[in-house]
Design a protein around this ligand. Structure first.
Ligand SMILES: Nc1ncnc2c1ncn2[C@@H]1O[C@H](COP(=O)(O)OP(=O)(O)OP(=O)(O)O)[C@@H](O)[C@H]1O
Length: 719
């Protein structure tokens, strides 16, 4: 019997990004046909209703990046938590491996790590109270949701009654139910608002705490750690991974908890409405679970490969944009475009493959879900026909089973999100839990008045941690007497900079000791050593994109303006700084790009001098400069070297001939040592190097690009 057309808007819960569900209850019949086909119109109407409901249900994964496996709704919901709790590594290791770049020789083996629950607890603990409140509100919203299908069923019963007998007032009879439903919708909305606000509060605070802790931990890692990692990877842990972890955390509480409660609550309601139909649902579900889990793992694998490929493409873009000057200088734009294009094509292939997998999944899931609804309607309809179930109960059953389906679909999305969140959390916590071999501080300091600045390398052997088989220094012994200038020369790649790095204690020797005033560097406070004792000026000074004043003050944070000016004067920098309209407040641009090489170098010297170092390391400090800049910088260096222990690393021997001692390095050890004259007289390697450079000099001066001095002898430095 045909009857009314009415519309109701129902909303069973917050659906991110979806509008309030305007659901249309179509014309239907709840009566029985005279031929005994009970409620056939009802069935049609319910089918349409279900179709409309489905339009609002989350189906397959919305996007590859968000949902690797919607089939997991079944497998994930039930097996996921168990799997994750028992074998988190199964899911995590592959993702971690994907994130780490494929090991070049320098990349240490990726240590298989698991989610650090202790650290997670540390970040969560301060928010437990708020979290508890959010959980209570979420559970409340879920329980309210469980009530709604039952009330809707009762409402349908009233409607059905009025389709059969037009007695009494429909409005009067349905008023109290309608009011209860309205109140429930209101409460549910409020609870949803409440727990989402609380979760946002917790999530954002945790994210800030985690980023702060991770950044602090990264800054404390050994230099060897940075040799093996790409900056992009580290930054990505600070940004993307923390973000991913935060989203997952919020989702687990908001949707996970809520969906699980709804599934449990609705299953109870369903079994009360019709145990038989519920049994059907319970039988069909495990079968779908098996297929879904299989497909889910395949899709997850594909999704991971996709992400790896995207990371590779990003790496190419990052490198090209980061080194745009070099790319431009070599006119390599076309080649970089091609490289990026090739990586993008590979991304596309993978993404399309994933898309096909998801499409297949979605198609199959549609068939499966439709069959389940059809089965429910068919069997439910027979029960209605046999008067074992009322039309209203069938309606309630259908709406409740839709709630179960939608909750499980949420759980499926959630499952993928949980896996990604745990992987992201693992990556974030991994570096937080990493302890550097060389601490930033701790150990003793030598009082200023006792500090002489004598440095000794005693039988030092050293290999870089990322190249353990390659010994750079072998039984290297060298003394830098206090207040004297020692020059280190030798072939490129001979280990000169490595000696400087050991003196700064960027690394510890694999054997032997480095001593300052007779004390092993390992017993001294590294931050005192670097902050107050050793000043380092390299060939390519790196400045920060702040003002000149701040850059110089980087050497000594509490330096007064006067100290900054004095350091700048000592470094021959005051004049050019003062010539800028903004003076010391001039912003130098990213890495100091708005300054010339000589100006940058002089700022770097001022930055090193402001801390009044006892030991000064000059690593090819003037080699990148033209003749005029070199003269000005050299003047500053000469001034700075007076009264300090200085280690000069140089290629151009003309710049070091006045050093108190010249040390020639070869094969990782001291080959010969002496003054310029002694070494020349000896006629060894140094004499050979001098001879070669003398031969090269005319070539350099003949070259139109050779900006270096024509006669190396014209540089008589005071070292
Ligand atoms: N961070 C690093 N990780 C691994 N190996 C390194 C690292 N830095 C340098 N090396 C290697 O150590 C060896 C010595 O390098 P080092 O820079 O000390 O030589 P150098 O004498 O200063 O060279 P140059 O005069 O060209 O600057 C080289 O073979 C180099 O490849």
């Amino acid at each position: 019997m045909l009857v009314h057309l009415f519309r109701v808007g129902i909303r069973n819960g917050p659906f991110p990004g979806r509008p309030l569900l305007p659901l249309r209850f179509q014309t239907f019949s709840t009566g029985r046909c005279s031929d005994g086909c009970h409620g056939s119109s009802l069935l049609r109407a319910l089918a349409r209703l279900r179709f409309q409901l489905r339009a609002y249900l989350p189906r397959a994964p919305p996007a590859p990046s968000r949902s690797p496996s919607a089939w997991c709704w079944v497998g994930g919901a039930l097996l996921g938590p168990v799997l994750l709790s028992k074998h988190p590594r199964l899911c995590l290791v592959a993702l971690c491996e994907a994130e780490e770049a494929p090991p070049a020789r320098c990349t240490p083996r990726v240590v298989e790590s698991s989610f650090n629950w202790t650290l997670f607890w540390h970040f969560l603990r301060p928010h437990l109270l708020v979290l508890g409140a959010a959980i209570v509100l979420a559970l409340g919203a879920a329980l309210v949701n469980v009530q709604i299908p039952l009330l809707l069923g009762q409402l349908v019963e009233i409607v059905a009654k009025y389709t059969r007998e037009h007695v009494g007032s429909f409005v009067t009879e349905s008023r109290s139910l309608g009011t209860r439903l309205l109140v429930l919708y209101g409460i549910q909305g409020l609870l949803t608002f409440g727990y989402l606000v609380l979760l946002s509060h917790i999530g954002e605070r945790m994210a800030v705490d985690m980023r702060r802790a991770l950044f602090s931990s990264l800054l404390r890692q050994d230099i060897a750690f940075f040799d093996a990692k790409k900056t992009g990877q580290l930054v990505s842990r600070l940004t993307t991974d923390v973000q991913e972890f935060k989203s997952s955390f919020k989702l687990v509480i908001s949707q996970g908890l809520r969906s699980c409660t709804q599934v449990a609550g609705c299953l109870v309601s369903l079994s009360m409405l019709s145990p038989r139909l519920t049994l059907l649902l319970m039988v069909a579900t495990p079968a779908l679970m098996g297929v879904g889990t299989l497909m889910g793992s395949g899709l997850r694998k594909l999704s991971r490969q996709c992400q790896e490929q995207i990371a590779r493409a990003t790496g190419v873009a990052d490198e090209a944009l980061g080194n745009v000057r070099t790319v431009r200088a070599f006119a390599m734009e076309q080649r970089e475009e091609e490289r990026y294009g090739a990586e993008l094509d590979a991304c596309r292939c993978k993404a399309e493959e994933l898309g096909r997998g998801i499409a297949l999944f979605q198609g199959l899931s549609n068939i499966a879900f439709n069959c389940m609804v059809l089965g429910t309607l068919f069997i439910g309809g027979s029960l209605v026909a046999g008067q074992q179930l009322t039309g209203g109960d069938l309606m309630s059953f259908l709406v409740a089973s839709q709630t179960v389906q939608r909750s499980m679909a949420n759980i499926s999305i959630l499952f993928g999100q949980v896996v990604r969140g745990l992987s992201a959390g693992t990556r974030v916590f991994e570096y937080m839990a990493l302890h550097p071999c060389i601490p930033l501080s701790g150990g003793c300091c030598i009082p200023r008045e006792q500090l002489r600045g004598s440095v000794t390398f005693q039988n030092v052997c050293f290999s870089y941690p990322c190249r353990p088989g390659f010994e750079v220094l072998r039984d290297f012994t060298l003394t830098l007497p206090p207040g004297k200038i020692v020059a280190l020369v030798g072939q490129s790649g001979g280990g000169k900079t490595t000696v400087a790095s050991l003196l700064e204690r960027f690394y510890d020797p694999t054997a032997g000791t480095v001593m300052l005033d007779g004390r092993d560097l390992r017993t001294l406070d590294p931050s005192w050593l670097r902050g107050q004792v050793v000043g380092f000026i390299s060939q390519e000074p790196v400045l920060f994109g702040t003002s000149i004043m701040e850059n110089i003050r980087f050497g000594k944070l509490d330096a007064s303006d006067e100290e900054v000016y004095a350091a700048a004067r000592e470094a021959n920098a005051h004049e050019f700084i003062s010539s800028f309209p903004e003076g010391y407040h001039t912003i130098v641009g990213e890495r100091g790009t708005t300054l010339s090489g000589g100006q940058k170098q002089r700022l770097a010297i001022a930055r090193a001098l402001i801390k009044q170092p006892t030991v000064l390391i000059l690593d090819e400090a003037t080699s990148a400069l033209d003749a005029e800049s070199e003269r000005v910088v050299q003047e500053a260096l000469d001034r700075a070297s007076t009264g300090r222990t200085v280690l000069v690393i140089a290629h151009r021997l003309s710049t070091v001939r006045a050093a108190h001692r010249i040390v020639v390095m070869a094969k990782g050890r001291v080959w010969e040592a002496g003054t310029h004259e002694e070494l020349l007289k000896k006629g060894g390697l140094y004499a050979e190097l001098i001879r070669r450079q003398a031969l090269d000099a005319p070539l350099a001066s003949a070259s139109p690009l050779g900006g270096k001095p024509k006669d190396p002898r014209s540089h008589q430095h005071k070292f």
